[in-house]
Design a protein around this ligand. Sequence first.
Ligand SMILES: Cc1cc2nc3c(=O)[nH]c(=O)nc-3n(C[C@H](O)[C@H](O)[C@H](O)COP(=O)(O)OP(=O)(O)OC[C@H]3O[C@@H](n4cnc5c(N)ncnc54)[C@H](O)[C@@H]3O)c2cc1C
Ligand code: SF4
Length: 489
Amino acid sequence: MADPKGFLKTRDRELPARRPVPIRLQDWREVYEHRPEDGPALARQAGRCMDCGIPFCHNGCPLGNLIPEWNDLARLGRWEDAIERLHATNNFPEFTGRLCPAPCETSCVLGINQPPVTIKNIEVSIADTAFAEGLVEPQVPGRLTNATVAVIGSGPAGLAAAQQLTRVGHTVAVFERDDAIGGLLRYGIPEFKMEKSVLDRRLAQMEAEGTRFRPGVAVGFDEGTTGTDLLERYDAVVLAMGATVRRELPVPGCDLDGIHQAMEYLPQGNRAALGEEVPGQISAEGKDVVIIGGGDTGADCLGTALRQGARSVTQLEIMPRPGEDRPEGQPWPTYPMIYRVASAHEEGGERVYATSTAQFVGDESGRVAELHVTEVDFVDGRPSPVAGTERVIPAQLVLLAMGFTSVETDGVVSQLGLEVDQRGRIVRDRQFATNVPGVFVAGDAGRGQSLIVWAIAEGRSAAAAVDSYLRGNTELPAPIEPTTMSIAV
Ligand SMILES: Cc1cc2nc3c(=O)[nH]c(=O)nc-3n(C[C@H](O)[C@H](O)[C@H](O)COP(=O)(O)OP(=O)(O)OC[C@H]3O[C@@H](n4cnc5c(N)ncnc54)[C@H](O)[C@@H]3O)c2cc1C
Ligand code: SF4
């Protein structure tokens, strides 16, 4: 039972300090200095949890994390029990504790009239303390089944599915076309949000449990990896390939040099940050940079550009600036559309709202030199240019961070004849099964672009469905049913 007066004794919401901006801009390390067991402050914050009769945070969290239980265990410093309760519903709390937008906190009951419990920080503190104290051990299956599973794609959905299926004794191989495992956690999300060592220590646990990693294999394209090959070699296939087709901006000048997709820029920046030589790297050094897209991906480009030494950075968003408070139609406990400040936004750059790009103009060498933009009004929900607001923004580097439209349909999707819906998602039934027997889909590939927490929930649920398919029943938990609802990134 939580401290019944904890929320009365500690009224303030306290989070660990972020490192000072001038210092963190000099390196690529995580923005927070210290995580594991933030000591008495963490115990006080965990003690604010009221252990409500109906904990709405369970529902706010797509994984159904048992938040009040581990809040109290963290308050008492019972780390072994806390990580056991956390792992009961979440394979990778060290990822979500760093990267999740924490819909649990916007549905925290304390949040009705006080600042909500610092759930996300408590989660990452439990996970990091458990790793630091050697409490995260491989869970090797007691015995193996004869079944084999191929997981295509090594992002959070593929990894969660693989870990669950390995632990019940299936032989699981994870195929990844990049040279290293991790999906967007590896080359999309920058070091300053999550250091790759955090990913690597979890992958080491998975390898010790028996999951086989096969990086550098483009399934559907490399020899011996067509859809038919997979179905011949494996008893089941989980497609967790993400939604990687990028949204374009088809305005005049869009093919000028110096205009790049965020997912061309960020992976190179991540590699360089880790000391890799990246020939011809797209760099923001000394440039005026414009980022088109106001979401997480845009913020990641902003933090990266500032660390590379950009002269100026402007982030354009077509939607109006959200308010600081919940809009009327999004009351507690929903996840509201409000003005949020990512760590990168504290570091510099300018955010410009309700603005659309009409054209790019280049210099005589064919490189982008400026954007012609205009303010927009929303008429019947559609953006419409406001006359007389045209202006020019200088830019030698433009980064398109406008999201993703669909899964890639060449390769294994067309080889297997999988159905894809109008929004570019592989069609699946309530068991995460596609129209081809033995082929399942999880994560952004089936859901459309979403969040890490949803990808893990999908991977866990798809694993339960695969296990049922292979053995006729399962004891694996399935936190969600397939749905297309998600919070946009
Ligand atoms: C820059 C960026 C920042 C983000 N930041 C956040 C954040 O802070 N918090 C958050 O919750 N969400 C964030 N997201 C969204 C989140 O990363 C995704 O929702 C999540 O990674 C989806 O997981 P997934 O496993 O479905 O796919 P992915 O992580 O996309 O992984 C799919 C993998 O499949 C591989 N693949 C594809 N085709 C093949 C093939 N034919 N053969 C072999 N491998 C293949 C790809 O290379 C990729 O590695 C961000 C997204 C981006 C782009
Ligand atoms: S995974 Fe996200 S929503 Fe769930 S408890 Fe952690 S921070 Fe909250």
